[in-house]
Design a protein around this ligand. Structure first.
Ligand SMILES: [Zn+2]
Length: 392
């Protein structure tokens, strides 16, 4: 057994009173090796601990290639080799990781037993932890059922045991998966629920896991990825989501549970209003096009509308160019100048795209399109009707 890894023996031992036995650099960062360390190094999908050591911030903990635990500290001056140092593991972060790791074991067991879905990898994070399952699809209701089975086992406050069994005992344990190491296999047993080999930090009783919530289920590289949270992180996430739902409800003068129906109604009202607007716009465009064509003997309709947007320009353009010889040169005021549409009927030879492109270049606007139809925006000071009249 590795004597320096105290978190293996007691995940709730967070105080440090140890001797610095070496300085070591991992991933280009300097740190110290202690003779007795409660600090957990990043491994098995669980992030490294943080905390303080002799007043210095512990920013990360990593395992060196030779297996030694390196405590990475901020600040230029490392505690000297031989010095006794005191410190403490960041308790909230450790408790969070214990919760996530225990929840992961329980979820992996529930997905296996209830859905036949084996865990191929997992990653723990307080923003969203993930479990990748070796299946190509996952029924959401069945997944929620598995999560509820875990929630019940959390509530039952089952004891969690973490130990290094002798070979004979290990051989008789119903492990969920094969160990990744040959010697010193550490086993985590959640009473009556799951037995797995694992070197991480876990709760000592399941009630410490706290709330467990499923965030999403998605396809990922041919497998199914389940995102979840537990403990304080789950509570934070659920409270944040609840606040969003409540605030959404307030906007509709209803409660959070009625908000979805209120949005449905809003969407259907909007679709109805849009359909009505489209019908009125078409009537308006038809009438306006007839008047304008009657006042334009050469078939070229040049109009600068007082109001209206892209939809009005397009509707009017379509109504005018239904007449094959017609040419529509239309503008409407927009936030950044004039919105312009140039369109021709089927029998007109005018090159709309070339005309608007040249006009945009000349006036420092932007726009272009095909010979049949072009759109763009010209600066506010441009005299659009004069420009339309000067068209070739
Ligand atoms: Zn574990």
């Amino acid at each position: 057994m590795q004597a320096q890894r105290r978190y293996h023996l007691d995940p709730l031992a967070l105080d440090v009173d140890a001797q610095v036995v070496a300085h070591l650099t991992v991933q280009g960062r300097a740190g110290v090796v202690l003779d007795d360390s409660p600090f957990y190094p990043e491994s098995g999908g669980q992030p490294g601990d943080q905390g303080v050591l002799d007043g210095l911030a512990v920013t990360d903990v990593q395992a060196a290639d030779d297996g030694r635990v390196v405590v990475l500290v901020g600040g230029a001056q490392l505690p000297t080799v031989g010095a006794r140092v005191r410190g403490r593991v960041d308790a909230a972060r450790r408790r969070q990781n214990m919760s996530l790791h225990t929840a992961q074991h329980m979820l992996s067991r529930a997905f296996l037993d209830r859905l036949g879905a084996e865990t191929v990898s997992s990653r723990l994070s307080a923003s969203a932890s993930t479990i990748d399952l070796d299946v190509s699809s996952l029924d959401e209701a069945a997944a929620l059922d598995a999560v509820q089975c875990v929630q019940r086992a959390v509530d039952e406050d089952r004891p969690v045991r973490q130990w290094f069994p002798e070979a004979a005992e290990l051989a008789g344990l119903p492990l969920r998966r094969r160990p990744k190491v040959e010697d010193n296999v550490r086993v985590v047993s959640i009473e009556g629920f799951d037995v797995s080999p694992c070197g991480g930090t876990h709760c000592t009783h399941t009630a410490q896991v706290g709330p467990v919530t499923l965030l999403s289920i998605e396809r990922y590289k041919g497998k199914m990825r389940v995102s979840f949270l537990s403990g304080a992180a789950a509570l934070r996430e659920l409270e944040a989501r609840a606040r969003v739902a409540v605030s959404l409800g307030r906007r509709f003068s209803c409660g959070p549970f009625e908000a979805a129906a209120a949005v449905d109604k809003l969407q259907s009202d909007l679709a109805e209003a849009r359909a009505l607007a489209t019908r009125f716009r078409a009537h308006w465009a038809e009438r306006r096009a007839q008047e304008a064509l009657a006042a334009s003997p050469d078939g070229r309709v040049r109009l600068a509308l007082e109001e209206g947007g892209q939809d009005e320009l397009r509707a009017l353009g379509a109504a005018i160019t239904a007449k094959p010889e017609a040419l529509a040169m239309l503008a409407a005021p927009s936030a950044d100048g004039w919105r312009v549409l140039i369109a021709r009927g089927a029998a007109s030879g005018f090159d709309c795209g070339a005309f608007l492109k040249a006009l945009a270049r000349e006036t420092q606007g932007r726009g272009g399109g095909s010979p049949q139809r072009a759109e763009g925006v010209l600066p506010a000071g441009v005299e659009v009707l004069r420009c339309f009249r000067e068209a070739p």
